[in-house]
Design a protein around this ligand. Structure first.
Ligand code: FES
Ligand code: FES
Length: 160
Protein backbone atom coordinates (compact mmCIF):
# COMPACT_ATOMS: atom_id res chain seq x y z
CA UNK A 1 0.00 0.00 0.00
CA UNK A 2 1.38 3.41 -0.94
CA UNK A 3 1.97 6.05 1.67
CA UNK A 4 -0.80 8.62 1.77
CA UNK A 5 0.12 12.25 1.21
CA UNK A 6 -0.98 15.13 3.42
CA UNK A 7 -2.42 17.99 1.38
CA UNK A 8 -3.36 21.49 2.52
CA UNK A 9 -5.27 23.63 0.05
CA UNK A 10 -7.94 26.28 -0.18
CA UNK A 11 -11.16 24.98 -1.67
CA UNK A 12 -14.08 27.36 -2.20
CA UNK A 13 -12.52 29.82 0.19
CA UNK A 14 -12.00 27.30 3.01
CA UNK A 15 -8.68 25.92 4.21
CA UNK A 16 -8.87 22.15 3.73
CA UNK A 17 -6.57 19.34 4.94
CA UNK A 18 -6.83 15.83 3.60
CA UNK A 19 -4.87 12.65 2.97
CA UNK A 20 -4.76 11.06 -0.47
CA UNK A 21 -2.94 8.46 -2.47
CA UNK A 22 -0.16 9.97 -4.62
CA UNK A 23 -1.91 8.79 -7.78
CA UNK A 24 -5.44 9.90 -6.91
CA UNK A 25 -6.99 12.47 -9.19
CA UNK A 26 -8.35 15.75 -7.89
CA UNK A 27 -11.77 14.66 -9.16
CA UNK A 28 -11.67 11.45 -7.11
CA UNK A 29 -10.66 13.33 -3.98
CA UNK A 30 -13.28 16.05 -4.45
CA UNK A 31 -16.07 13.54 -4.96
CA UNK A 32 -15.04 10.58 -2.77
CA UNK A 33 -13.13 12.15 0.11
CA UNK A 34 -14.38 15.72 0.37
CA UNK A 35 -17.98 15.00 -0.69
CA UNK A 36 -17.96 17.82 -3.22
CA UNK A 37 -19.90 15.93 -5.88
CA UNK A 38 -20.78 18.89 -8.11
CA UNK A 39 -17.87 18.21 -10.46
CA UNK A 40 -19.02 15.25 -12.54
CA UNK A 41 -17.13 12.31 -13.96
CA UNK A 42 -17.93 12.01 -17.65
CA UNK A 43 -15.05 10.65 -19.68
CA UNK A 44 -12.35 10.66 -16.97
CA UNK A 45 -9.76 11.42 -19.65
CA UNK A 46 -9.91 15.16 -20.29
CA UNK A 47 -12.37 15.20 -23.17
CA UNK A 48 -15.75 16.25 -21.83
CA UNK A 49 -15.17 19.07 -19.33
CA UNK A 50 -17.79 17.73 -16.88
CA UNK A 51 -15.18 17.83 -14.10
CA UNK A 52 -14.03 21.43 -14.75
CA UNK A 53 -12.79 23.35 -11.71
CA UNK A 54 -10.81 26.59 -11.35
CA UNK A 55 -7.25 26.13 -10.09
CA UNK A 56 -5.51 29.41 -9.23
CA UNK A 57 -7.79 31.24 -11.68
CA UNK A 58 -7.34 28.79 -14.58
CA UNK A 59 -9.82 26.19 -15.67
CA UNK A 60 -8.59 22.61 -15.45
CA UNK A 61 -10.12 19.17 -15.86
CA UNK A 62 -10.06 17.77 -12.33
CA UNK A 63 -9.77 14.24 -13.75
CA UNK A 64 -6.37 15.17 -15.22
CA UNK A 65 -4.95 16.85 -12.11
CA UNK A 66 -3.33 14.75 -9.42
CA UNK A 67 -4.73 15.64 -6.01
CA UNK A 68 -1.21 16.27 -4.58
CA UNK A 69 -0.76 18.99 -7.22
CA UNK A 70 -3.22 21.25 -5.42
CA UNK A 71 -1.10 21.37 -2.26
CA UNK A 72 -0.84 25.06 -1.33
CA UNK A 73 -3.17 26.13 -4.15
CA UNK A 74 -6.63 27.57 -4.56
CA UNK A 75 -9.49 25.58 -6.07
CA UNK A 76 -13.04 26.70 -6.87
CA UNK A 77 -15.69 24.11 -7.66
CA UNK A 78 -19.35 24.53 -8.60
CA UNK A 79 -20.14 24.41 -4.86
CA UNK A 80 -18.22 27.66 -4.42
CA UNK A 81 -19.93 29.62 -7.19
CA UNK A 82 -23.12 30.76 -5.42
CA UNK A 83 -22.83 33.85 -3.26
CA UNK A 84 -24.18 32.48 0.03
CA UNK A 85 -27.86 31.75 -0.45
CA UNK A 86 -27.94 33.77 -3.65
CA UNK A 87 -27.33 31.97 -6.94
CA UNK A 88 -24.54 33.29 -9.11
CA UNK A 89 -25.94 35.13 -12.16
CA UNK A 90 -24.69 32.26 -14.32
CA UNK A 91 -26.67 29.73 -12.27
CA UNK A 92 -29.72 31.96 -12.37
CA UNK A 93 -29.49 32.50 -16.12
CA UNK A 94 -28.90 28.82 -16.88
CA UNK A 95 -32.22 28.25 -15.11
CA UNK A 96 -34.04 31.18 -16.70
CA UNK A 97 -32.79 30.46 -20.22
CA UNK A 98 -33.44 26.70 -19.85
CA UNK A 99 -29.80 26.08 -20.70
CA UNK A 100 -29.61 22.67 -19.07
CA UNK A 101 -31.21 19.27 -19.38
CA UNK A 102 -29.58 16.25 -17.77
CA UNK A 103 -27.11 18.36 -15.86
CA UNK A 104 -23.99 16.22 -16.16
CA UNK A 105 -22.31 18.93 -18.18
CA UNK A 106 -23.89 21.92 -16.44
CA UNK A 107 -21.55 22.29 -13.45
CA UNK A 108 -18.51 22.24 -15.71
CA UNK A 109 -20.06 24.72 -18.12
CA UNK A 110 -20.93 27.13 -15.32
CA UNK A 111 -17.48 26.87 -13.72
CA UNK A 112 -15.77 27.42 -17.08
CA UNK A 113 -18.07 30.35 -17.89
CA UNK A 114 -17.33 31.90 -14.49
CA UNK A 115 -13.61 31.80 -15.20
CA UNK A 116 -14.32 33.50 -18.54
CA UNK A 117 -16.46 36.27 -17.02
CA UNK A 118 -13.87 36.82 -14.27
CA UNK A 119 -11.31 37.74 -16.90
CA UNK A 120 -13.55 39.02 -19.71
CA UNK A 121 -16.72 40.58 -18.27
CA UNK A 122 -18.28 41.31 -21.66
CA UNK A 123 -17.26 38.47 -23.99
CA UNK A 124 -18.42 38.23 -27.58
CA UNK A 125 -20.43 35.21 -28.71
CA UNK A 126 -17.33 33.94 -30.50
CA UNK A 127 -15.24 34.24 -27.33
CA UNK A 128 -17.87 32.35 -25.33
CA UNK A 129 -18.08 29.56 -27.91
CA UNK A 130 -14.30 29.32 -28.09
CA UNK A 131 -13.94 29.30 -24.29
CA UNK A 132 -16.58 26.61 -23.79
CA UNK A 133 -15.29 24.40 -26.61
CA UNK A 134 -13.82 21.98 -24.06
CA UNK A 135 -17.19 21.40 -22.39
CA UNK A 136 -19.35 18.88 -24.20
CA UNK A 137 -23.09 18.77 -23.79
CA UNK A 138 -24.73 15.86 -25.52
CA UNK A 139 -28.40 16.54 -24.90
CA UNK A 140 -29.07 20.16 -25.76
CA UNK A 141 -27.99 22.68 -28.34
CA UNK A 142 -25.38 25.16 -27.28
CA UNK A 143 -27.38 28.25 -28.22
CA UNK A 144 -29.27 28.44 -24.93
CA UNK A 145 -26.03 28.00 -23.04
CA UNK A 146 -24.42 30.85 -24.96
CA UNK A 147 -27.49 33.05 -24.35
CA UNK A 148 -27.36 32.24 -20.63
CA UNK A 149 -23.71 33.29 -20.41
CA UNK A 150 -24.46 36.51 -22.30
CA UNK A 151 -27.42 37.26 -20.02
CA UNK A 152 -25.31 36.58 -16.93
CA UNK A 153 -22.64 38.95 -18.22
CA UNK A 154 -25.29 41.66 -18.68
CA UNK A 155 -26.72 40.96 -15.23
CA UNK A 156 -23.29 41.23 -13.63
CA UNK A 157 -22.52 44.43 -15.48
CA UNK A 158 -25.83 45.95 -14.33
CA UNK A 159 -24.93 45.25 -10.70
CA UNK A 160 -21.70 47.24 -10.85
S1 FES B 1 -14.44 13.74 -16.67
FE1 FES B 1 -12.78 15.11 -16.77
S2 FES B 1 -12.81 15.88 -18.80
FE2 FES B 1 -14.36 14.37 -18.76
S1 FES C 1 -27.41 18.80 -20.24
FE1 FES C 1 -27.02 16.73 -20.72
S2 FES C 1 -24.97 16.61 -21.34
FE2 FES C 1 -25.38 18.67 -20.97
Amino acid sequence: MTKRVHIQARINGQEVDFLCEPGQSLLEVLRDELRLTGAKEGCNNGNCGACTVILDGRIVDACLVLAPEIDGHDVVTIEGIAEGERLHPLQQQFLEQAALQCGICTPGLIVAAKALLDRTPDPSEEEIRFWLAGNLCRCTGYDKIIRAVQAAARQMEARI
